[in-house]
Ligand binder design. Structure first.
Ligand SMILES: Cc1cc2nc3c(=O)[nH]c(=O)nc-3n(C[C@H](O)[C@H](O)[C@H](O)COP(=O)(O)O)c2cc1C
Length: 223
């Protein structure tokens, strides 16, 4: 597979087949992804992979911790800046509306939207999940290193015929993740990732998110 084919065929998959992810494939992907660059070669990423009984018991813990009578958790970080301005808020709105349209969920059907959002906390039915965490002392430059590492993971997954969905929503339940994965308090949760084979029949996987025309973000100087 060419890099461009991996880039073009990657999308956030939000419905998976139950087929398990081969252990050798995920090991290969993660070992290779560690070739991602990082400032000063800090390699600030930590990764925990969950599958099989470990993933089932994690799912059960999440269900308990997210029950209506469970104590709320302090989110690890704000996923978006407060008062997100245009054009960023418009782009966020558009991808959400496009997704709910494919799912046949109307703008005013808040309960159905909440139910769909809750699938995040089931990793959209994926047979494998991973979490990316980072030491709290790390700053924005190291967080960008995490992004480079994770995109490398997602592209290598394509080469293995696998799909993924990166998930910042997990920042909402950091206490559950820290407890279940026995992470030290010094460790901050960046995101989770659902991994598996896409369900081609599910309408949500037909979502092809748009991209802003390049004149909104690109300038060439001297060429
Ligand atoms: C760091 C990161 C976190 C994300 N968190 C979530 C999430 O919690 N739930 C979700 O459904 N999608 C999540 N997404 C997927 C984005 O919505 C998606 O990447 C974007 O809409 C572009 O679509 P595409 O990935 O299909 O190209 C996340 C993406 C990234 C890069």
């Amino acid at each position: 597979m060419r890099v461009s084919q991996a880039v073009q065929s990657r999308l956030s998959v939000r419905a998976f087949l139950p087929d398990p992810v081969p252990a050798d494939a995920i090991r290969r992907v993660l070992d290779q992804a560690a070739r991602a660059p990082s400032g000063g070669n800090l390699q600030p990423w930590f990764v925990d992979v969950l599958a099989g009984p470990a993933l089932e018991s994690f799912r059960a813990a999440v269900r308990r911790d997210m029950a209506p009578d469970a104590p709320p958790q302090q989110a690890e970080y704000a996923v978006y800046p407060p008062n997100l301005a245009s054009p960023w808020r418009d782009r966020r709105f558009e991808v959400g509306e496009d997704m709910y349209a494919l799912l046949g969920i109307g703008r005013d059907d808040k309960p159905a939207r909440r139910r769909w959002f809750a699938n995040n906390f089931d990793f959209f039915g994926a047979p494998l999940a991973l979490f990316c965490t980072v030491d709290r002392s790390m700053g924005p430059p190291q967080w960008s290193d995490l992004g480079m590492f994770l995109q490398t993971v997602m592209l290598l997954l394509r080469e293995e015929g696998l799909d993924s969905c990166p998930q910042e929503c997990w920042a909402m339940v950091p206490d559950t993740i820290r407890r279940e994965l026995a992470l030290p308090p010094s460790r901050m949760v960046f995101c989770g990732m659902a991994v598996g084979y896409r369900d081609p029949a599910h309408p949500v996987n037909a979502l092809v998110s748009t991209r802003a025309p390049h004149d909104e973000w690109l300038r060439f100087h001297g060429l």
